[in-house]
Design a protein around this ligand. Structure first.
Ligand code: FAD
Ligand code: NAP
Length: 730
């Protein structure tokens, strides 16, 4: 419902000049407080280790903001080992590192982590170092922020000191919840650090760590250094301000309920702290000439284009989700895999969305123009690079289809930049709100949690007209999606199967209903050959040259494989599509036994769960066959929404896999603790894997009569021995 009122939301922006003045003011404040000259020694180093670009973009944001706060930052990837030297570094260092896989360092940080983990390093190797560390992770996974924690722990052991408390940001709940206040507090901590360093210099105290001493002269335990909460309060002069709301503006409709497009009080009336405008750094030229031959980027990154020889809908039409099994013919490629491995699938952005984006940008007539990208001369962006994932000389259409993730959720820095190219003042104001500190809840609710993408913003804010360079500066690389092999190459030579649920995003006020990028595309792409379970399939009735094709590349797992010793028991837990790798395991064993009757396998348990026995019991016939021929010793299935027996009686049964684990607690504990068995968990990380983990703790605690801490240690021991293995995703 809307009411008429005087809109108090028109803002004016602080012009660059004014902003500069305000920063200069804040620098003067520093000079006044510390009564010392402002020197260009306020220089620090930013080192990042990034897998998918998140840590890098946060590091770059810190670098941008540094200038605004009067500092000079040098920024390097941890893999650029020739460009920095932590052994002799005396400037403060800010580390930003993510964690990948099962608590592993990102590829770019591997060398650095290996170097500092070297046991022969003297305990004071990094006594010269003062640093702050921002670790990124996801609490949906075990070993949260493990890479950051490892670097932190090791630097401490080697004598380095914190100048600011470590931040642990959780992608599960939203990185910005920790990242934003952490960065805000960083500037004050740096100011104090430089002031202390300078004071120490002036007093001739050459101890490089003197700035970490408390006023009483006692050295602080830097690892326990608390963040001063006041540090989190930014000086208002540091950021652009709005003008006082002007009630003389034309009367406008203002909403009672907030939405993506509109805010309500108090936000609509707040003074906003918005991030600094990210500096432009790319120049994009569209040339009306024939483009060079367009190679799907996949070709350069180890992908193979392979035919889809089968597409089977595994679920009934009336089931809650649609699960589809695909069979790919990989016989022409050298693509060996083991059950437990996954495959990366590269899919294009939706053609209709690319078209709409081109139309919206007014570039529909130039979609085939060749794109040339250069670094903008005199850009103030540090370490600016032309993005490697955007090839030169290819068409605009091609880049928007294969190179950038146009569905990605825009980060606050992107929204800030979009606000700058928005004509209408109330639209501009709303975009600024969404990226502001005060508008965090709105950003989370209307952008992040609603899975809003660039096009949704362009639809909601019609006067926003971003130039191409802005898009290429902010849209991340189009990522492949991983799928677990649901087959064994022993049983299906030259083929690989995988199974997926079509992800559905229901319609919401921010956008209409849509499917996940890859799963929706795959479902459409194979629709011409899709059959229900049990029917003749594509490879059996179609000319193979007419089959749909996909780009795939292997993604071997380091640990999620069958045990080397086949006689140890295994317990597999995989509800829904999480059963995929276990189908591969069981096919492998079925075939091994066919070839060699003598082979003996340990107890083999599968805990599977779905909603209804008749609608979404994936691979039902196959797993029942595994039971009949002895490949599977125990098949324990639960139906979460089916409480009727075959005779139509209502019964109370286990709902989820973890409830069945509890019902079989004695056997599970005995296999894991006495018989050195393996526990495998695959599927949803957000809820299922956590609940299964809690259940495992309960089972082990009860069995061994241990308290909580001892139980956790026992389970951690199973993980370390690689006998409790997870392949989970959220
Ligand atoms: P996107 O357009 O990328 O949307 C993803 C977003 O949708 C997520 O951010 C989340 O918010 C939401 N989302 C994702 N999945 C779901 C879901 N099931 N229900 C509701 N919302 C969801 N997936 C499989 O189906 N089968 C597999 O065998 C499989 N194996 C994997 C193996 C590995 C090693 C990894 C890392 C992931 C695996 N996944 C598997 C997940 C898969 O890679 C994709 O993330 C998933 O298919 C969604 O892709 P999409 O492009 O359709 O969704
Ligand atoms: P799903 O169909 O949504 O759910 C399967 C069953 O799990 C349903 O009966 C559901 O019950 C139940 N369930 C819901 N919450 C649960 C909980 N907390 N504990 C235990 N069971 C629970 O599952 P899915 O979509 O196939 O798979 C889940 C996810 O795993 C997907 O996101 C997929 O991408 C991912 N996946 C990852 C890998 C991998 O990392 N290797 C492999 C395969 C799949 P209700 O709905 O009735 O509550």
């Amino acid at each position: 419902m809307l009411v008429k009122a005087c809109q108090r939301s028109v803002i004016q922006y602080v012009c660059r000049q004014k902003k500069r003045l305000s920063f200069a003011r804040s620098r003067r404040t520093t000079i006044h407080i510390h009564n010392m000259p402002c020197e260009v020694t306020d220089r620090f180093l930013i080192l990042y280790g990034s897998q998918r670009g998140q840590a890098q973009s946060i590091a770059e944001e810190i670098c941008e903001q540094a200038t605004e706060h009067g500092f000079t930052a040098d920024i390097f990837c941890l893999s650029d080992v020739k460009k920095y030297n932590v052994d002799s570094e005396t400037r403060p260092i800010v580390f930003v590192v993510s964690t990948t896989g099962d608590g592993d360092p990102p590829d770019t940080a591997q060398k650095f982590v290996k170097k500092i983990k070297n046991k022969s390093l003297p305990h004071d190797s990094f006594a010269n170092l003062c640093y702050a560390l921002l670790a990124l992770g996801d609490t949906n996974y075990a070993n949260f922020c493990n890479c950051g924690k490892t670097i932190d722990r090791r630097l401490q052991q080697l004598g380095a000191k914190h100048f600011y408390a470590t931040g642990h940001a959780d992608d599960g709940t939203g990185l910005e919840v920790v990242v934003d206040p952490w960065i805000e507090g960083l500037w004050e901590a740096l100011k104090k650090t430089f002031a202390n360093m300078s004071a120490a210099d002036q007093q001739g105290a050459a101890h490089s760590d003197s700035f970490l001493k408390s006023p009483s002269g006692q050295e602080k335990n830097s690892s326990n250094l608390e963040v001063d909460l006041n540090l989190l309060k930014l000086s208002e002069t540091d950021l652009p301000r709005e003008s006082t709301p002007d009630c003389s503006q034309t009367e406008t409709l203002i909403p009672l309920v907030a939405s993506l497009k509109h805010s309500v009080a108090p936000l609509s009336e707040s003074v906003l702290n918005v991030p600094a405008l990210p500096p432009s750094y790319l120049e994009v030229i569209l040339e009306n000439q024939s483009v060079k031959e367009e190679m799907v980027p996949a070709d350069k990154e180890g992908y193979h284009e392979v035919p889809v020889t089968k597409a089977v809908q595994l679920t009934r039409d009336d089931s809650v989700k649609t699960a589809i099994l695909l069979e790919l013919d990989v016989s022409e490629q050298n693509m060996a895999y083991q059950p437990g491995d996954s495959f990366d699938v590269l899919c294009p952005n939706r053609a209709s969305e690319v078209e709409e984006l081109l139309l919206r940008l007014g570039l529909q007539m130039r979609n085939n123009y060749a794109v040339q990208i250069h670094l903008l001369e005199n850009t103030s962006k540090k370490a600016a690079k032309v993005p490697l994932h955007i090839p030169q000389g290819t068409s605009l259409q091609f880049i928007l289809t294969w190179c950038v993730e146009i569905r990605s959720i825009p980060k606050k820095a992107f929204i800030r930049a979009l606000a700058d190219v928005t004509q209408d003042s109330s639209e501009k104001r709303r975009l600024l709100e969404l990226c502001s500190k005060q508008g965090s809840a709105d950003y989370n609710g209307f952008v992040r949690d609603a899975n809003v993408c660039l096009l949704d913003l362009l639809r909601a804010f019609p006067s926003c007209l971003p130039p191409l360079n802005l898009l290429f500066e902010h849209l991340p690389k189009l990522q492949s999606r991983a799928y677990s092999a649901a087959s064994s190459s022993l049983q299906h030579p030259g083929k690989v199967h995988f199974v997926f649920n079509v992800v559905e995003f229901p319609a919401c006020p921010e956008h209409s209903a849509r499917t996940g990028l890859c799963t929706g595309w795959l479902a459409d792409h194979v629709s011409s050959i899709m059959v229900p379970t049990g029917m003749l399939t594509a490879s059996e009735c179609l000319d193979t040259s007419a089959l749909p094709k996909v780009y795939v590349r292997p993604r071997p797992s380091s640990t999620f494989h069958l045990p080397a010793d086949p006689s140890v028991p295994i317990v597999m837990v995989g509800p829904g599509t999480g059963v995929a790798p276990f189908i591969g395991f069981l096919q492998q064993r079925e075939k091994e036994r066919e070839v060699n009757q003598e082979v003996t396998f340990g107890e083999t348990w599968l805990f599977f769960g779905c909603r209804y026995k008749e609608k979404d019991f994936l691979f039902r016939e196959e797993v029942e066959r595994f039971v009949q021929n002895g490949t599977l010793s125990h098949l324990i299935v639960c139906f979460s929404r089916d409480d009727e027996t075959d005779a139509g009686e209502k019964v109370k049964r286990a709902r989820y896999v973890q409830h069945n684990l509890l019902l079989h607690a004695k056997s599970v504990a005995s296999m894991l603790l006495k018989d050195k068995g393996y526990l495998y968990v695959c599927g949803d990380a957000k809820n299922m894997a956590k609940d299964v983990n809690d259940t495992l703790l309960e089972i082990i605690g009860n069995e061994l009569q241990l308290d909580k801490l001892e139980t956790m240690k026992t389970v951690a021991g199973l993980r370390e021995e690689k006998r409790y293995l997870q392949d989970i995703w959220s």
